[in-house]
Design a protein around this ligand. Structure first.
Ligand SMILES: C[S@@+](CC[C@H](N)C(=O)[O-])C[C@H]1O[C@@H](n2cnc3c(N)ncnc32)[C@H](O)[C@@H]1O
Length: 397
């Protein structure tokens, strides 16, 4: 695109970014789709933990709101076309450059797709939005008109499928009078609320939930939702997972996108408390990335992006081996399409009671070879020295 076109985009964009800051509580995300010929490149922009983050070319970076227009426009100069989709609650604004013309239009950000066709993207929901209307409206998945909000469709696909997979996991650990489930790094607890509905209202199983998060805001929000819905079987505790011990026996530990080592904290709590099932979908993997080196892989690891992708695999592989060594049967699955989220590997562990010395050997060999001290082990043997403040900084960037 030439400079003149990009400066037209910039005019619209400056207004949009001002709006983003003013409407921060309602702002959801911004997606920039750059096009060159038939190729598309996407940049995602959203707040995470109160910091504005760009996710572009597989790298996440914090950005100041007043640097955002500059970033988007300087990248736009490298491509033929660009489309900017801005989402806030109930509203979508699209700035588009198409064959020389720059336009801005407003759209209602509510899915007008018939609910059935949303439900049938590859599978039926187990918690049908129509049946769980009150719940899904309360947690902000459904709009007032009873349809899933556009910006929540992916999240809902993920949690509904997570819930469905939990049915088999709970079957595997055997019948209980009541399933006690702990959601580590629960955030606003979408997963717990939907799973609770699925187990209690659909499968008619007695269950109770403990949601843990160290953020006051999300714990308060989760408590408020539970109160409004009269869900007395759910409690939410503000705590740092590294220090938390549940007050009662937990049958299953779950976590969805617990950032970086928070997933290891969830696994460690599960092992420490003898949970019969631990099911996690990890998020970013920074811990091993920061530590590992392996000379024979230099041709690969000299490329930052490949080093990072390899670190993801090494991290989850080490976690799986550790769980096996501790007596869990482990399966790793790509639980949802990467189009829904690239963070789509689920680690499913069910306790067998049989420690696995072979996995222990493999784990020890691998960590020596890579010269790493994985977080899961540090949390279990109490040698983790990472200051919370530095973890928070790392996760958010
Ligand atoms: C990406 S959010 C995921 C939230 C939720 N599970 C979901 O999928 O919507 C990660 C959450 O982890 C929480 N978290 C990170 N480290 C934690 C720790 N050490 N103790 C408790 N919560 C933590 C953050 O506060 C945040 O709410």
């Amino acid at each position: 695109m030439d400079k003149k076109t990009v400066s037209k985009i910039r005019l619209f964009l400056d207004g949009l970014i001002l709006r983003m800051e003013e409407n921060k509580p309602f702002f959801s995300d911004m997606t920039v789709i750059y096009k060159s010929g038939a190729k598309e490149f996407t940049a995602l922009i959203a707040y995470e933990e109160n910091r504005l983050i760009t996710d572009y070319q597989a790298v996440k970076k914090q950005i100041a709101p007043d640097g955002l227009a500059g970033f988007i426009c300087s990248e736009a100069l490298k491509y033929d076309d660009a489309k900017i989709i801005y989402n806030e609650r109930g509203q979508r604004i699209v700035i588009e450059h198409d064959r020389g013309k720059v336009s801005l239009k407003h759209e209602d950000n509510i899915s007008d797709t018939p609910q059935e066709s949303v439900v049938k993207v590859g599978r039926e929901y187990v918690v049908n939005p129509a049946a769980a209307k009150e719940l899904l409206t309360e947690i902000g998945i459904l709009a007032k008109n009873g349809k899933i909000k556009n910006d929540k469709i992916r999240k809902y696909n993920q949690i509904d499928y997570f819930a469905e997979l939990m049915r088999d996991v709970l079957k595997e650990i055997g019948d209980r009078d009541e399933y006690v489930i702990m959601d580590c790094a629960c955030g606003k607890s979408y997963l717990s609320f939907v799973l609770n509905f699925y187990l209690r209202d659909i499968l008619k199983k007695k269950c109770s939930f403990i949601g843990i998060d160290y953020s006051d805001v999300v714990i308060e929000a989760s408590r408020r939702i539970a109160k409004n819905l009269n869900y007395n079987n759910m409690e939410f505790v503000k705590a740092d997972l590294r220090e938390y011990t549940p007050p009662k026996k937990v049958d299953a530990v779950i976590s969805l996108h617990a950032c970086d080592v928070a997933t290891d904290m969830a696994l460690a709590i599960g092992i420490r408390t003898g949970a019969k099932a631990i099911v996690t979908v990890p998020c970013c993997h920074k811990d091993i990335l920061k530590q590992y080196s392996y000379e024979p892989f230099t041709a690969i690891t000299k490329h930052g992006i490949l080093k990072a992708r390899l670190a993801d695999t090494l991290t989850d592989g080490l976690r799986a081996a550790y769980l096996e060594a501790e007596g869990y049967k482990v399966s790793l699955i790509e639980y949802i399409s990467p189009l829904e989220t690239p963070k789509n590997i689920m680690i499913r562990a069910v306790y067998t009671g049989r420690k696995n010395p072979e996995s222990k050997k493999q784990y020890t060999l691998l960590k020596r070879m890579l010269n790493v001290e994985p977080a899961i082990e540090r949390f279990l043997n109490g040698t983790d020295k990472t200051a919370l403040s530095s973890l928070v900084k790392d996760w958010d960037i």
